[in-house]
Write a protein that binds this ligand. Structure first.
Ligand code: SF4
Length: 357
């Protein structure tokens, strides 16, 4: 779900929006890629598995459980990319794993470009040669504390076709598997040589259309990669019945809903999929999410000049949120034009007026 709606693709938009990736970019020197096998997409992949699952794998190969712990360490701490790099394990175990078709599940980085502010966008080349985008966003505050956010994709492309979004215009290829989400975070850590502190599911795709893999990746990022649940944000434009499902997991993560309009009629022109999810039903699900999890919902609102950035829109938005109670937060995102888009960036004055209705 689009964070950077306006730049390279929907998703990457906000992260790079004010430090556009079109400003002087430098190619980043990449770590050497792992060799990619031709095995099928769903074959045996270690990345994404829990310690217990890895212990079971070890036992299935006649090894003792502690070998599973070692596998866990190699995947998530050492970040080994290939089974032959598992130097702590006996050669016979490594060979058995490989002969049985197991692999780590890391993909090569196809391209990485950095903006002047050190934000880096990477394209990862998946096993079926499709490319997926991820952005690393480093932020250091004036007290010297450092935050590294990974903006991850959940699908290759997106089927929802929001009218302002480059990813939506490019169509949909497939859902990502859990390891293909987790590896995006590991790739960012590798490039920055620093732990990722925050993850936002705001890259390519609509996470709620791939909820199973998103939840599995969330578990792995939290328990195995050890990123706090509160440091993870899952975004959506709204897919019927999925917010309830997410709430039932009682995650301590933030739900970010891309609203983009204060009423149903306008919203349908910007987010065509809203036709099947009336605004009042979406707002009710957001309220229930807050009640169920105690986590406030964050609303993303992309400001499109002359479309949804008027003071009357701001007043209507405030009334809408007020009517649905408390526990909300709004992020205003001035649109960053993409080639061929019918939309324009709002004037600074309009952004300012919108924020103070
Ligand atoms: S849901 Fe899909 S089309 Fe809509 S903004 Fe997100 S990535 Fe783009």
């Amino acid at each position: 779900m689009a964070l950077l709606h306006n730049v390279c693709s929907a998703p990457l938009a906000r992260a790079v929006r004010s430090r556009s990736i079109s400003i002087p970019l430098r190619t980043v020197s990449l770590p050497s890629p792992p060799r990619v096998s031709q095995s099928q997409l769903d074959s045996r992949i270690l990345l994404g598995m829990s310690e217990q699952e890895l212990q079971q794998v070890a036992r299935d190969f006649g090894q003792q459980s502690y070998r599973g712990k070692q596998l866990h360490h190699l995947l998530y701490k050492t970040k080994a990319k290939e089974i032959q790099d598992f130097s702590h394990l006996p050669q016979a175990f490594r060979s058995d794993l490989q002969e049985a078709g197991w692999r780590v599940g890391r993909s090569p980085i196809h391209r990485a470009v950095a903006a002047a502010d050190d934000t880096i966008k990477i394209l990862i080349k998946l096993e079926d040669n499709r490319l997926v985008e991820t952005v690393g966003i480093p932020v250091e505050d004036n007290k010297g504390s450092y935050r590294l956010t990974a903006c991850v994709s959940s699908q290759v492309g997106c089927p929802l076709r929001c009218s302002f979004c480059a990813t939506g215009k490019g169509g949909f290829s497939r859902n990502l598997q859990r390891h293909e989400i987790v590896e995006q975070v590991l790739a960012i850590e590798e490039l920055f040589k620093h732990r990722v502190t925050n993850v936002v599911f705001m890259g390519m795709g609509e996470p709620m259309l791939n909820l199973k893999a998103v939840l599995e990746a969330h578990r792995c990022l939290n328990k195995d990669v050890q990123i706090g649940q509160r440091m993870i944000t899952i975004s959506t434009v709204g897919v019927p019945n999925t917010i309830k499902k997410l709430a039932s997991h009682k995650l301590q993560s933030t739900l970010a809903v891309s609203l983009h309009a204060p009423n149903q009629k306008l919203r349908e022109t910007i987010v065509p999929s809203a036709k099947s999810y009336p605004l009042h039903a979406l707002m009710k699900d957001c309220k229930d999410y807050f009640l169920e999890t105690g986590r406030r919902v964050s609303f993303e609102y992309t400001l499109l000049a002359g479309v949804n950035d008027g003071v009357e829109n701001a007043v209507e938005l405030a009334e809408l949120l007020h009517a649905w109670g408390r526990g909300y937060h709004v992020n205003l995102i001035p649109f960053n034009p993409i080639e061929g888009s019918e939309y324009r960036r709002p004037y600074k004055k309009a952004v300012y007026s919108f924020s103070l209705p």
